[in-house]
Design a protein around this ligand. Structure first.
Ligand SMILES: [Fe+2]
Length: 232
């Protein structure tokens, strides 16, 4: 299987070093990148990931009387390739803060309360039409511990595994119209405005199913001119 590794598009991908975002200096190489031949396992693995890992359901907003607190939302996503064709069989990991803006993670010692009925993460696989759906609550905004007043807007994290290890995409999805979007250092690290827009979901008109949740649609394009920017 031949896989063409395209050079990174600096205009539509985030800046490597972002002012005011200290972690970016640690996450990026200080030296120019060096090309090296790829090994067979890098090009072909992992095989049938969806069969080899445990999938965690597409409902993280609670069950029965034990519902998570917050605005119930239903996310309808689609994973596409550069030609707009659906990419089925893609393993997608999802994680987000609860309705108050707190993660289920020992490193999150924010003031916001934990929600015992909110699971916080899912691992799904796209169907043949590239779709997956998630029932959850709208994540809350949260302050970044840089002590200078930077708050992350509501967002959902995604990690997608393609047919090879190197086709992994880690990105985030934002909500339309949120005033915090305009000042978020991670979203705005993408220089190109159209590329930033590709990170923002669309609110679907009222009346679409399910009736008891706000429904958002979003598409993730794995590469090409309309690729979804990476967001870590
Ligand atoms: Fe986050």
């Amino acid at each position: 299987m031949a896989i063409l590794i395209l050079p990174r598009d600096e205009r539509t991908q985030p800046l490597r070093i972002v002012a005011g975002y200290p972690q970016t200096a640690l996450r990026n190489p200080k030296q120019p990148l060096v090309r090296r031949p790829l090994t067979l396992s890098e090009l072909t693995g992992p095989l049938e990931v969806a069969k080899r890992i445990k999938l965690l359901g597409g409902d993280i907003a609670g069950h029965g009387d034990e519902q998570a607190i917050g605005q119930l939302i239903h996310l309808k996503l689609r994973v596409l390739d550069e030609d707009g064709a659906p990419v089925g069989g893609t393993v997608v990991e999802v994680w987000q803060a609860n309705g108050a803006g707190r993660y289920i993670h020992p490193n999150d010692d924010d003031h916001a309360p934990v929600d015992a009925n909110f699971y916080g993460a899912a691992r799904l696989v796209t169907d043949e039409s590239g779709r997956f759906e998630l029932r959850t609550v709208k994540p809350g905004a949260y302050p970044v511990p840089t002590k200078d007043g930077w708050w992350r807007p509501p967002h959902v994290h995604f990690s997608l595994f393609g047919k090879a290890w190197l086709s992994r995409l880690v990105t985030q999805m934002y909500f339309p119209g949120d005033p915090l979007n305009a000042q978020d250092r991670i979203l705005n690290a993408v220089p190109d405005a159209e590329a930033r827009q590709r990170l923002i979901a669309q609110l679907v008109a009222p009346g679409s199913e399910p009736y008891n949740a706000l429904v958002y649609e979003h598409q993730i394009v794995l590469r090409g001119r309309t690729a979804t920017p990476a967001q870590s």
